[in-house]
Write a protein that binds this ligand. Structure first.
Ligand SMILES: Cc1cc2nc3c(=O)[nH]c(=O)nc-3n(C[C@H](O)[C@H](O)[C@H](O)COP(=O)(O)OP(=O)(O)OC[C@H]3O[C@@H](n4cnc5c(N)ncnc54)[C@H](O)[C@@H]3O)c2cc1C
Length: 305
């Protein structure tokens, strides 16, 4: 399968997620080329052809200009699949490109089986294998789904590209989201609450354990969406990425979007009533128990040490 990988550059820097695109290409097999709107002074470690447009001229993001640049490269390279990260850049640009190419677009790809994309369905409880009926396709990759076996290396063979297309959008810059309060990425110990805590009153139990361990508490997205915990404590693709020494997942199933935010933790303890919950695949210790009984007992034990 021939792939065109759309690398990302944000706020003057290459993004680390570009290595996941390379991991996808490695799994897909076959040739790959890369596309980047960035700068010549900061190129990705990639051993193939890189089509480079200047971010100063084209804007770090300008949908119609970036789409026109990509269409040029697609015509030249004739890839079977164009691959984006499932980021705000990919969400916006992938469908525009797919429409221009008359190609199928598949979002949030988490795996490849027999060269076909797999996506999560039913709130990530099931997986769907997708059959493509167009000649070419455009995918966005779920963060954390493809990990490179080794740190990418190599220097790309650069071909500069440009366009006279006049975009209707002017890129003005980025504004950092207000995080306020806690910065989980600085915490060595995080105890996170999942939907399995059952009710908002039980957040206190999780916060108590975190305090006894001298750490912070976090949460999965459903707990944040239900407004039981504020958003700056959410862990996952749409929350924070953390890598503490100890991560305790309480009543968290282990959906890929949550794992992407915490799987680099040094040691993971999961407490779950379901012995087959996917969190067990990344946990160093899986405690099969009802958290409402187990956590208060654990907190008492920690406090008595
Ligand atoms: C675009 C997108 C972005 C997303 N971003 C994020 C993100 O950033 N972070 C995130 O977390 N999710 C995110 N999600 C949601 C994600 O797909 C899952 O739905 C979510 O992570 C599930 O949360 P959970 O594990 O708390 O709940 P569930 O999947 O409902 O799991 C609850 C778990 O609790 C266990 N349980 C139940 N009762 C008990 C008990 N008494 N004691 C012990 N265990 C118990 C159950 O066995 C189950 O495993 C995103 C989804 C999408 C589509």
């Amino acid at each position: 399968m021939k792939t065109l990988l759309v690398a990302e550059y944000r706020d003057g820097k290459l993004l680390g997620s570009n290595s996941e695109l390379m991991a996808f290409a490695e799994k897909a097999g076959g040739e790959s080329a890369m596309f980047l709107v960035g700068t010549e002074s900061d190129l990705p470690a990639f051993g193939g052809k890189l089509y480079l447009a200047d971010a100063g001229e084209c804007g770090e993001y300008n949908p119609s200009v970036h789409r026109d640049l990509l269409v040029q490269v697609v015509e030249k390279e004739q890839p079977d699949v164009v691959v984006f990260s499932h980021s705000s850049y990919g969400w916006d640009l992938a469908p525009r490109l797919a429409y221009a190419m008359g190609a199928a677009q598949v979002s949030e790809v988490i795996d490849l089986v027999d060269s076909l994309p797999v996506v999560p369905v039913c709130n990530a409880k099931l997986r769907r294998n997708v059959k493509i009926s167009t000649e070419k396709a455009v995918y966005t990759l779920q963060a954390g789904a493809f990990s490179p076996a080794e740190v990418p290396s190599g220097s790309p063979e650069v071909e500069k590209i440009g366009t006279d297309a006049d975009g209707k959008v002017i890129f003005e810059g980025y504004e950092a989201a207000e995080t306020g309060g806690v910065d989980l990425s600085k915490s060595d110990i995080i105890v996170s609450a999942g939907r399995g805590i059952g009710k908002p009153e039980n957040v206190e139990m999780i916060a108590d354990l975190a305090k006894a361990l001298k750490g912070e508490y976090g949460a999965s997205r459903p707990v944040v969406d239900a407004e039981w915990v504020e958003h700056n404590r959410q862990v996952g693709t749409t929350g924070q990425t953390v890598s503490p020494k100890l991560y305790v997942a309480c009543g968290i199933s282990g959906a890929i979007q949550h794992l992407a935010g915490m799987k680099k933790s040094d040691f993971v303890v999961a407490i779950n009533t379901d012995k087959d919950a996917p969190i067990g695949e990344v946990a160093d210790v899986l405690v099969v128990a009802d958290l409402k009984q187990f956590i208060p007992a654990l907190t008492e034990k920690v406090k008595s040490q």
